[in-house]
Write a new protein. Structure first.
Length: 345
């Protein structure tokens, strides 16, 4: 026997790596040393930093991949993968430098995986970081045919005296919410349960959602906020803290960006609720508290600024994203979010 008879096609794997080289090279930025194919990727720390700090982050796409598998749509989940990582390190004030991916599959399908890598490259271009390398693992018997899993890792850089570490946040700071593009990449286990329980399909077109199929709406990739935030820094905006709204929604992620003895009080009527969230809540008979505890509810990223900059910050981000809203304020508190229903622990 040989490896191919065991289910692993080495030559197909080599051809896959060759086929994505041009796609990967399109993401390169100053600092990349060497090319694809080595045992590790090399990146030179940019010049001009006095005391550079490297910030790293890792994440995956989660069960949203089940939807991509079911619909045979693989070109957007790579953007999700990059977004989940770069948005996280962005909250420290870091500029993303480079990204690596891990792609594991049962049987390597070059066409599908090329679409995935194309999405990863597109996400890296949106974030301004280089796709420095990655790993593709063919694991027959571990994953079902035509299925794959994704994980990613990114590194960014920030000047030490500009690192956001929660100590800059002050009572009275204003929370600016940046609009999400939809469900992003969190809560899909609940979404899938709702669709299964209601005996719906991803090809259905609910009237409440305005025409697109459920699959089209739910596969909308996670917003990447890097360009907007970096532009704000360059414009001199005084940002005290930031939060990426991922798993656990606003209640879990907002407390991660402010200090002890502080809370954020939200006005949940201050931003528009995307129709997909209303539809999920109605179809699943899900309480408001559980919706907020699971989904981003239309706010994908939050920026904390001094009150005197709130209006200007909102207007700036409104011009650089799909929408921005003044959604709350930092107040004295025990860390728990205020102003929205919370799931009782």
């Amino acid at each position: 026997m040989d490896y191919k008879e065991a289910g692993v096609n080495l030559e197909a794997g080599r051809e896959f790596v060759r086929s994505i080289q041009l796609t990967v090279q399109q993401t390169y930025r100053p600092g990349v040393l060497g090319g694809l194919g080595g045992f590790g990727g090399a990146f030179e720390i940019p010049a001009g930093y006095r005391h550079p700090v490297l910030i790293s982050g890792t994440d995956g796409v989660g069960t949203k991949l089940k939807l991509a598998h079911a619909l045979h749509q693989h070109h957007t989940v790579g953007i999700d993968l990059v977004a989940m990582c770069v948005n996280d390190i962005l909250t420290s004030g870091a500029e993303p430098l480079f990204f690596l991916d891990y792609l594991a599959t049962g049987i390597l399908d070059p066409k599908d995986l090329q679409a995935v890598v194309s999405g990863i490259a597109q996400g890296c271009i949106q974030a301004g970081c280089a796709l420095l390398g990655g790993e593709t693992a063919e694991m027959p018997g571990f994953y079902q045919p035509q299925e794959y899993d994704l994980a990613g890792f990114c590194v960014g850089i920030v000047e030490r005296d500009r690192l956001l570490d929660r100590t800059q946040v002050q009572i009275g700071d204003i929370a600016i919410g940046l609009a999400s593009h939809g469900v992003h990449s969190n809560g899909f286990s609940l979404v899938r349960k709702v669709v299964e329980t209601q005996q719906l399909s991803w090809g259905d077109r609910p009237e409440d959602l305005g025409g697109p199929t459920l699959g089209e709406i739910l596969l909308e990739p996670t917003a990447i906020y890097v360009q907007a935030i970096q532009a704000a820094f360059k414009a001199g905006m005084n940002i005290h803290g930031m939060a990426h709204i991922t798993g656990g929604g606003l209640p879990e992620n907002l407390p991660r960006c402010h200090g002890e003895g502080q809370s954020i009080e939200l006005d949940s009527t201050s931003w528009p609720r995307l129709p997909i969230f209303e539809w999920i809540a109605q179809q699943g008979s899900i309480t408001e508290a559980n919706m907020f505890d699971t989904f981003n509810m239309g706010i994908g990223y939050v920026v904390l600024v001094p009150p005197e900059q709130a209006t200007a910050a909102r207007d700036f981000f409104h011009d650089h994203t799909r929408g921005a809203y003044i959604i709350g304020q930092v107040v004295n508190g025990d860390g728990r979010l205020k102003g929205i229903p919370l799931v009782e622990s």
